[in-house]
Design a protein around this ligand. Structure first.
Ligand code: COI
Length: 361
């Protein structure tokens, strides 16, 4: 491991159940983390050449990477990313949430994008190594989490349209707070009726980088009008809800929770999958089905899920100029309950009966 440490950690003492524990932290403003990049000390890099096998991954100081101008990722968008988080537990240790799920999703995305991918074991080991090398950047309890961003890119040079001859798997991390500027308060969405995010048979169901570039325009227009983000409709019937630019969506009606089913045009979110399980464990009926705009506007509560957004309550939806409000600007009972159940598990506050968390030493 390189000997570089960019900033000397400060030691912070936290009172936990009458004991005082010492946590070494990097020097940053922990009280004002948003979802912006805070450069940390190390990143992980592993390459794969012709035979499809990734080897000799290693940590190196966080910084620019050298890339051929004719690389597959720069020219033809051959790239995938993942997002997962590490949380600080009250005893100072660090918890990862379902990293194997991200490894598996990257594997199936890589297949769709004609790329080789690291094995699940390589992926998880690399995540652990990167987090531990940057452990001073895992926020103290209550201040946020360490966002982990694995990337898989076609880094080899190519000119004619074809898969790149070389691939790079890279992980960088950044401490983060809340994703939306609203914090934990309900967000305001607008239903997009002109732009679509995905089409049947396309790549909407994989975490390819291009899916995110293509939503920037609609998102920018919505933000300029004061909305938090955009909710997309299916591109065929233009009436079924798909997802928000950066997260999945759920509606609550009575005791039934519904979310758009996975038909290849929406992202199979790991938080989505976890919330479905958590809600069923709590006795709710959860339906994965076609959710129409009418269902959405008629719901009691609406919330979004994602690694970055966690579980974000929706305060209003605007569709063709008509604004529908939920929960009278407060957080709905079901949204609140599920948010607490999920985050208590992720932070190690409640016992993990699901085997979803992985403790790092
Ligand atoms: C995540 O939630 O991890 C994502 O990948 C969404 C991204 C736009 C921040």
């Amino acid at each position: 491991m390189p000997s570089m440490v960019s900033l000397l950690p400060t030691t912070r003492c936290e009172a936990v159940e009458g004991r005082t524990i010492r946590v070494d932290l990097a020097d940053t403003d922990w009280d004002n983390l948003g979802f912006g990049l805070v450069p940390t000390d190390y990143m992980y890099v592993m390459k794969c050449t012709q035979n499809g096998t990734f080897t000799e991954g290693k940590l190196q100081p966080y910084g620019p990477v050298e890339l051929s101008p004719s690389s597959g990722v720069l020219n033809y968008g051959q790239g995938l990313f993942e997002g997962l988080k590490a949380y600080r537990k009250e005893d100072g240790s660090i918890l990862l949430f379902r990293p194997e799920e991200n490894a598996l999703r990257m594997k199936s995305g890589a297949e769709r994008m004609c790329m080789p991918s690291p094995t699940v074991e390589q992926f998880v080991d690399a995540v652990k190594l990167t987090v531990l090398a940057n452990k001073h950047w895992v926020p103290p309890v209550g201040k946020g989490s360490l966002y982990i961003r694995p990337l898989l890119i076609g880094s080899g040079p190519i000119l004619g349209l074809a898969p790149a001859p070389e691939y790079t798997f890279l992980i960088f991390v950044s401490p983060v707070g809340n994703y939306f500027k609203e914090g934990l308060a309900p967000i305001n969405l607008i239903v997009e009726t002109d732009f679509h995010r995905a089409t049947p048979g396309g790549t909407g169901g994989v975490k390819t980088i291009g899916n995110y570039a293509s939503v920037l325009k609609a998102q920018a227009i919505a933000k300029a009008k004061g909305y938090s983000d955009v909710l997309y409709l299916d591109s065929v019937h233009k009436k079924y809800v798909e997802e928000v630019s950066s997260c999945n969506i759920f509606i609550v009606k009575g005791n039934v929770i519904s979310t758009p089913e996975l038909l290849g045009t929406i992202l199979p979110g790991i938080t989505r999958k976890s919330i479905i399980q958590v809600a069923r464990n709590q006795g709710y009926q959860v339906d994965e089905r076609l959710v129409s705009v009418d269902d959405l506007l008629d719901a009691d509560e609406v919330f979004c899920t994602g690694t970055a957004v966690v579980l974000s309550p929706v305060g209003s939806i605007t569709y063709h100029g008509k604004r529908v409000e939920y929960g009278h600007r407060g957080v709905g009972v079901v949204s609140q309950k599920l948010y607490c159940a999920l985050t208590d598990l992720q932070k190690g506050i409640t016992e993990d009966n699901m085997g979803w968390t992985m403790e790092l030493n």
